[in-house]
Write a protein that binds this ligand. Structure first.
Ligand SMILES: N[C@@H](CCC(=O)N[C@@H](CS)C(=O)NCC(=O)O)C(=O)O
Length: 211
């Protein structure tokens, strides 16, 4: 077994644990300390130059960025599962939602997390939280429209739903995922019911050796 995810409960490492569970790909889950002190150490910065979580290793190779990890695992271990045929129309929409989940929806949510929780109180800007909520709500409205009439983002369950599932978890935590978005709530409930999501978000995720 060579694949190892450096994990903190409730962070984007959830995507990797969930994906490996869906694919039945062996994964070692190593929980790390989320403190700023630990994330500033040279050892952690070697794996993740900006100090963020997660980082992943596959043998000698190490990488950061959860979406890139998802694509790497699909390409190396997925045997065509959980992603559409490259170059197809469905693949275009699959890529659209993967990127939207992290680059567009998670971004304002990240601003909210920083200015509500992570930054020292003296550095928090309430206006960033207000603006983040407006931007996040506009993204949730787009998901509401995109998911209407289908079970998952591109029909069948794919890794785009894993990318989106974590962003929705963040939206829930920032209290913007409410009944303004009934289709998104129902979709999120479908994602939460998947065993991979349950394991990846549980206290025991770090004890899970998905062999
Ligand atoms: N785009 C990056 C985002 C990584 C990220 O923001 N991770 C959060 C935890 S989920 C983090 O480490 N936040 C602490 C910080 O930004 O200092 C990814 O997908 O891996």
């Amino acid at each position: 077994m060579t694949l190892e995810i450096f994990h903190v409960k409730g962070t984007r490492s959830v995507r990797i644990i969930w994906l490996c569970h869906e694919l039945a790909v062996p994964l070692t889950v190593t929980t790390i300390d989320f403190s700023q002190d630990y994330r500033s150490t040279p050892a952690w910065r070697k794996l993740s130059p900006t100090g963020k979580v997660p980082a992943m290793k596959d043998g000698e190779m190490s990488m950061f960025e959860s979406g890139a990890m998802v694509q790497y695992i699909l390409d190396k271990y997925g045997q065509g599962r959980l992603q559409p045929e490259p170059g197809s129309v469905t693949a275009a929409h699959y890529l659209q939602w993967c990127w939207f989940a992290e680059a567009t929806l998670a971004r304002p949510l990240g601003d909210m997390v920083h200015h509500r929780i992570l930054k020292p109180e003296a550095q928090r800007l309430p206006a960033m939280v207000v603006d983040g909520e407006i931007r996040a709500r506009s993204c949730l409205a787009a998901v509401e429209q995109g998911i209407r009439g289908q079970e998952f983002l591109v029909g069948e369950f794919t890794a785009a739903d894993i990318m989106m599932g974590y962003s929705l978890l963040l939206a829930e935590r920032m209290e913007v995922l409410d009944d303004t978005y009934p289709e998104v709530l129902a979709y999120y409930a479908r994602l939460q019911a998947r065993p991979g999501f349950v394991i990846a978000t549980s206290d025991g995720a770090d004890l899970t050796d998905l062999a």
